[in-house]
Design a protein around this ligand. Structure first.
Ligand code: ACO
Length: 700
């Protein structure tokens, strides 16, 4: 992956399109670089000027007498290609292209952008943008952007696909007192994208939290691998807007219809340990908590409040966010009971009552934080006649010093009366929110992250035996040669069988007697199904006959099905009738796949059968990098899992066999990108083994 060390910490910078006019971006960029405290050399480039901002100006990049490590380009789009080429021949390593007018404007702009990217590749230059604000690094320090202001020094790296978000958040951060290590405006991501910057931030000692705003991910597998590695180092929090096109297209399979537009991202974030924020406030609430507080050891939360209502709101929220209300040990309860007034609640949530001054908060907090059954604490305060928000804040700061391994977050519910106290807390890096919900959301995000990081790395899928790629390839080639996209049932069964997924034996017959002979061979009972890629709902047109026990029944069944098709769909091409051995009934499951344009195969698992779309008991995972542990988690997330474990005294299903089938299935759809959609529905699972009964496969 790209080494961005010289990008963020260049020894020298050229600004191409530097200007004397204060209203021009080229002027602002030079001023920003100088005022950020950047201590390398700066070379303004402008053919008309001799001096800009007190610096000697050069007419072209190749006239600069020293090596240039970074060039910021702010000339009109018609000139960008020539300027970029000149940078390449002059040995510039890194570009920031602020100029707009590329792929965001349509076909012509896209063409221009492709040419720009190819120049960068030709000269091995890293490029941020085009169509971006630039970047800032408070530790270098450097402000290679045209944004107004320079962030406070801090430990949050903010990577944003939206330039507007960069400038707005920067402005807001001053009033919020929030510091950043880096600000990166990604722009059109023609060369460098979020994955490159996430990777760099993961290794950056000045960054503790990685924050991203993204609209799309083009290279899904690169993103998955990078985010997974980065999340092991530090929290990666992402706000993703927009929906993927893969989900927007009409889906012909059950799996496709269930997957929806956003599920690939949801799965990607889940599998890579990314914490997903649902809104801008959430993104920054999480960032504030992660940047300033330790990662909790567990999910047990204590609440200290001076009023009942907010305490109840907080308790409700804790339960809905998969956290637990901490249960205090006897000693803590005894101590709280001895000191607090009789009307107080000494159990969690601890209510120190409306007339509590700082001393009561201090005492309760000291005892609660020392309790080994408490992993994190939230202090709620509503201003009243005798409340001491500032003194209470000071008490919290003191007590926190003794428990630096446990998160402490405040919700001061008010405005003017609590302002000073909130400020004291923020300056001591104790996050202070206005309401309980964001405080709990922040803790819940931290707990989820702790769970991910505490897990050992998921081991890769085993090297399964009995994988027959040749048969799969031959089958697909044959289907393509016949200019078909949908496989016949017998072809689909053969295909999954070739990857060791046991499918019910299915053979195509073209004559009634042939079908009857096949049935004799397979053994009874059998089921007959019309074989035609054009008939999606076979039962509706009389194309299925099940429970046939003899040669004669099969022979007659064949003729009846053909007559039905002749009657209902006379113009449809029929390949014959498929004879399938009827399998004993097991628990009906669905295993499916739909292909996301960015992330590749998205695997679905859940309760199968004809009500699958109604019940919607299906979970999803991306096949890329899928581990056995993730597969087991996928199975356990569904309601089907309760059935599989042996509901109401029934025998448990063969979980190992299900996990193996999902693993083999995942390999199959990864190895063959031409398989676009699969539904295996139902898959019967027994207490020993599984059997894929109905397999539908579509190829591209
Ligand atoms: N080499 C060096 N300097 C040159 C060259 C060259 N080849 N060609 C022109 N210049 C000089 C110009 O003479 C001018 O200097 P001057 O003021 O002394 O005359 C300077 O470079 C700038 O060129 P202009 O033609 O004046 O261009 P202008 O500054 O008006 O616009 C810009 C250039 C800002 C890149 C514009 O084309 C643009 O893309 N604007 C949009 C930027 C943007 O929005 N980016 C996305 C951010 S995301 C967001 O904000 C939400």
């Amino acid at each position: 992956m790209a080494d961005l060390t010289s990008f963020f910490n260049p020894k020298s910078i050229a600004v191409i399109g530097a200007s004397k006019s204060p209203e021009k971006i080229g002027n602002v960029v030079v001023k920003n670089i100088l005022s950020s405290g950047y201590n390398g050399e700066v070379f303004p480039i402008n053919p008309k000027e001799r001096e800009i901002n007190g610096l000697p100006c050069y007419p072209t990049i190749d006239s600069v007498p020293k090596p240039v490590e970074l060039a910021v380009i702010s000339v009109p789009s018609s000139m960008v290609l020539d300027v970029a080429k000149a940078c390449g021949t002059s040995g510039v390593n890194n570009l920031v292209v602020i100029t707009a007018g590329f792929k965001e404007t349509g076909k012509e702009g896209l063409g221009l952008e492709k040419k720009l990217a190819s120049i960068c590749r030709q000269y091995q230059m890293q490029m941020l943008g085009p169509n971006c604000v630039g970047f800032m690094d408070t530790h270098t320090p450097i402000n290679a952007s045209f944004a107004t202001g320079f962030p406070l020094k801090g430990e949050i790296a903010f990577i944003s696909q939206s330039g507007a978000m960069v400038v707005s958040i920067l402005d807001w951060s001053f009033s919020a007192g929030l510091g950043f290590s880096k600000f990166v405006s990604l722009g059109n991501k023609a060369i460098l994208n979020e994955a490159h910057f996430i990777e760099h931030a993961a290794d950056d000692p000045n960054t503790k939290v990685i924050l991203c705003y993204i609209e799309d991910v083009e290279n899904g597998t690169l993103f998955l691998d990078t985010a997974r590695r980065a999340s092991r180092e530090k929290p990666v929090i992402i706000l993703k807007s927009g929906t993927s096109q893969a989900g927007a297209r009409a889906a012909s399979s059950h799996t496709g219809a269930l997957a929806g537009s956003d599920l690939a991202y949801e799965a990607a974030f889940l599998q890579s340990g990314v914490i997903r924020a649902r809104s801008m406030p959430e993104l920054f609430d999480l960032a504030i908590a992660f940047a300033n507080q330790p990662i909790p050891r567990g999910d047990r939360v204590a609440i200290i409040t001076n009023s009942g209502g907010p305490g109840i709101v907080a308790t409700d929220n804790i339960e809905s966010k998969n956290l637990k209300m901490a249960r205090f040990r006897k000693e803590t309860i005894r101590q709280l009971g001895n000191f607090l007034p009789g009307e107080s609640n000494i159990y969690n949530p601890v209510d120190v009552l409306g007339d509590a001054k700082a001393d009561r908060y201090r005492f309760a907090l000291e005892k609660v934080m020392a309790d080994p059954g408490v992993d994190s604490t939230i202090v709620l305060l509503c201003p009243g006649g005798v409340t001491e928000p500032a003194e209470t804040a000071k008490a919290m700061i003191e007590i926190r010093k003794k428990h630096l391994d446990k998160p402490l977050i405040a919700a001061y519910m008010g405005g003017e009366q609590i302002a000073e106290g909130a400020k004291i807390l923020a300056s001591a890096r104790i996050p202070c929110f206005t309401f309980p919900e964001p405080a709990i959301l922040a803790i819940s995000g931290m707990v989820r992250y702790a769970r991910f990081r505490n897990l050992p790395e998921g081991e890769a899928l085993p090297l399964y035996d009995h994988i027959d790629k040749k048969t799969v390839k031959l089958t697909i080639d044959q289907v393509k040669a016949e200019k078909r996209l949908v496989l016949l049932g017998s072809e689909a069964a053969k295909l999954v069988n070739a990857y060791g997924i046991p499918a019910a034996n299915t053979i195509l017959a073209t004559q009634p007697e042939e079908a009857a002979d096949v049935a004799d061979q397979l053994g009874y009972p059998v089921i007959l199904k019309v074989a035609s890629p054009k008939i999606m709902h076979k039962t509706d047109v009389g194309g299925v006959k099940s429970g046939l026990f003899s040669y004669e029944e099969v022979r007659r069944g064949f003729i009846e099905i053909m007559e039905n098709i002749q009657r209902y769909m006379p113009r449809v091409a029929v390949y014959g009738i498929e004879v399938q051995k009827m399998m004993p009934r097991g628990t009906e499951l669905i295993i499916g796949m739909t292909r996301d344009i960015h992330f590749g195969p998205l695997i679905a698992f859940g309760l199968g059968g004809i009500y699958v779309n109604l019940i919607k008991d299906v979970s999803f995972r991306l096949a890329h990098g899928l581990s056995l542990r993730e597969i087991k988690k996928l199975i356990s997330e569904t309601k089907a899992y309760t059935l599989l474990r042996g509901y109401r005294g029934e025998q448990a299903a063969d979980m190992e066999a299900i996990a193996e089938v999902i693993g083999r299935f995942s390999k199959l759809v990864t190895d063959f990108p031409e398989i676009t959609e699969v539904d295996i529905n139902p898959v019967f699972v027994y207490n020993k083994g599984v059997s894929a009964v109905d397999v539908k496969i579509t190829v591209s």
